[in-house]
Design a protein around this ligand. Structure first.
Ligand code: UT7
Length: 335
């Protein structure tokens, strides 16, 4: 079977930087509460004229540049915040990147969207439908957040990350390991936007057009699912936890990340994080974290990396790879 190999990486966040103090101007919250409960100090947010496709195009452009070759056979865009309900955002992104008329489609798995999209792209490559796939995870997440809901407004943020994947062999650096994915729709109400879909077309009560999260329950499921999925991915790859050089988990909340690392037995210095400066960017957080860490040298060729994510659906996933040598990766904060 053909393996799927990472050969390019890029990340991008919108320039508008919002501090905890900025949020405290219109919300009953504090820098101390936000830092101690979530680990977040700053985050980047889109301005009114920026949509998900704008973030996706810039991250995609950077990933293609890092890959050194602009051609791909398919574009998969993981997002919770498409530019509009119909059509998908990916065809526009492909066209603006100049890689059309390749197949391009959106994938909805909320904070696990990047891992689901990796798996989907690996399937396209394994079936020889594509030799090279651009996977982008992009979120203008703050556009679905109620600015008055202090339980979510302090956590979620905007950004995009992208990888270029190519057909290769399982022994190569950058080859994706076995993929563990799961979902539990019984708990779909833990994270939801109640209105705006075919079930409930318009809000029946104020605020139902916004994202809602039952924080405590979500927290518990996030720890359990990311820990279990990571253990399964390691077992399937034949790796021990001692062999993991870098844990790259969805940047949900610093306390969740610490607990997952502790339960897995991965020491703090092997955990990659950037939640303090970029917040929780939904599905974009894992590729943004990889781009951030590759740019500043925390992630280096040869590192054995464990990826995991969890979010609405519920949906979760995990996989492994040995980090490859890539073309230059820029700091996602670079304008
Ligand atoms: O990315 C997708 C997956 N998402 C996650 O994994 C997020 C999971 N959940 C969490 O990260 C945490 O549950 C939160 C950060 C959302 C909340 O932290 P918590 O420690 O679970 O707080 P809580 O919701 O139990 O609230 C504790 C108290 C409450 O006050 P009372 O009832 O004890 O008086 C809240 O009203 O903190 C209050 N509170 C706040 N206070 C100041 C909630 N949000 C805030 C806030 N500022 N922003």
């Amino acid at each position: 079977m053909r393996a799927t190999v990472v050969c390019g990486l890029g990340g991008h966040v919108p320039p508008r930087l919002v501090t905890n103090a900025d949020l405290g101007e219109h919300l009953d919250t504090s820098d101390d509460w936000i830092r101690s409960r979530t680990g977040i100090r700053t985050r980047h947010m889109v301005s009114a004229d920026t949509a998900t496709s704008d973030l996706a195009v810039e991250a995609g452009r950077r990933a293609l540049k890092s890959a050194g070759e602009a051609a791909v056979d398919a574009v998969v865009l993981a997002t919770t915040t498409p530019d509009r309900p119909c059509p998908a955002t990916a065809p526009e992104v492909a066209a603006r990147l100049g890689v059309g008329p390749v197949p391009a489609f959106d994938l909805a798995a909320v904070c696990s969207g990047f891992l689901y999209a990796l798996s989907c792209a690996a399937g396209l490559i394994a079936a020889a439908t594509a030799d090279r796939v651009l996977v982008i995870a992009a979120e203008a997440f703050t556009t679905i957040i109620d600015p008055q809901d202090r339980g979510t407004a302090v956590i979620f943020a905007d950004g995009a990350g992208a990888v270029v994947l190519r057909a290769g062999t399982p022994e190569e650096p950058g080859a994706l390991g076995p993929m563990v994915l799961g979902s539990d729709g019984e708990h779909r109400d833990l994270i939801e936007v109640p209105a705006g879909g075919s079930r409930q077309r318009v809000p029946h009560a104020p605020g139902e057009q916004y994202f809602r999260m039952r924080g405590r329950d979500t927290y518990r499921h996030a720890v359990e699912r990311m820990t279990a999925a990571s253990g399964q991915a390691l077992a399937r790859a034949g790796w021990t936890t001692e062999q993991v050089d870098r844990l790259a988990a969805h940047q949900a909340n610093a306390r969740i990340l610490d607990t997952v690392a502790e339960r897995l037995g991965i020491p703090a210095e092997r955990q990659l994080t950037n939640i303090a400066s970029l917040g929780n960017t939904g599905g974009a957080s894992v590729p943004l974290l990889l781009a951030d860490a590759a740019a500043d040298g925390r992630l280096r060729p040869g590192h054995r990396v464990l990826l995991t994510a969890f979010g609405g659906g519920l949906a979760w996933g995990a996989t492994t790879l040995s980090w490859p040598r890539l073309g230059p990766v820029t700091d996602p904060r670079t304008p």
